[in-house]
Design a protein around this ligand. Sequence first.
Ligand code: MG
Length: 404
Amino acid sequence: MAKIKEVRCIRTRANGIWTIVKVTTDQPGLYGIGSVSDVNHTPTVIAAVEEVIGPGLAGREAGHIEDIWQYVYSSGYWRNSSILNTAMGGIDMALWDIKGKEAGMPLYELLGGPCRAAVPCYAHASGHDVDALTDDIQRYVDEGWPVIRCQIGGYGGGGFIDADKALRPQNAWSQSHAFDDEAYLDNIPKMFETLRKRLGFGPKLTHDVHEHLRPQNAVTLSKLLEPYRLFFLEDVLPPEQVQWFRLIREQCTTPQAMGELFVNPHEYVPLITERLIDYVRVRVSKGGGITPCRKIAALCEFFGVQTAWQEGGDNDPVNQAAAIHLDMASTSFGIQEENHFAPEELEIFPGHCVQEGGYMHASDKPGLGIDIDEERARELLNDDSIGIHRAAEDRRADGSLVRP
Ligand code: MG
């Protein structure tokens, strides 16, 4: 059995937002990697991994994954923080990677074996208006994507009014545009009406509200979108207001997806067991790694809820690999969010997952099947980059913040 020797972080991507944790063992050449990327808190997570959690793991059996997860989970007494989950989530991925290498099996085999030939994904279509959006959706349809997310511009798009046209106070703060719930409620149903007229009901479509609406308007939007039969409506509520899903359920059948901000079981367990959402969207690293996420998937199976692990945006190819292995082995899998990486980024990660049309394929090498070329990872990193980014700052006409 291998014992943990060292836990350290490797930063990469030109803008410095990716952090990969490497867990080495006392067995020559045996190590595992995981994702501890956090676009908003890179230095904090690195300190948690290397200065707080890592030193407490040296000398432990690398194969005691469940025990290590439970130990780290409660080792700081307070639990379920985003930083702690990310740190232990990446270490957990690395330990499963080691376990797979020891077993000589890809992770999806260790998790029970494949339930599907490949992993269907949803694409991100967008356009500055509905004509451009239609063209983008059609491109993805032609490429073979089974599900497509539809946005007018960025998050909240369709709900923004130019600042000079919005009813703003005389002492208004500086802002170029204002978010308006009623504009959003007007424009997004119209967008789907046009899309269905042009594309029919063949393409499976989703939409991400990114928590921009007031809770009552989240109920209204869900009801207004019912005729267009979305695959799901995403993040129609912020995490603080999930009790409103009960009202949505009473009003309409629009399928609901939620969870990319969840870090605490108290956030997602009631939504699953009361069947208040249809898709749970926890990010594998933010949920605390493969160990808790496979339990979420098992819980979903009993309650008819499906998984749609969060990807896209700032995620790295290692977190993606962890999600794809879970998808391959889980019967409660629903759909996987896509991600796009530049060729020079993928070159750093031999054994990365491979996309064909709208499907992803996991590597069948042992463990996660993905490795990191540390030298090239260092070369790609721009030395000036500190790897910290801020969430969007959208505001209403009076200047008050909209949830990102
Ligand atoms: Mg989202």
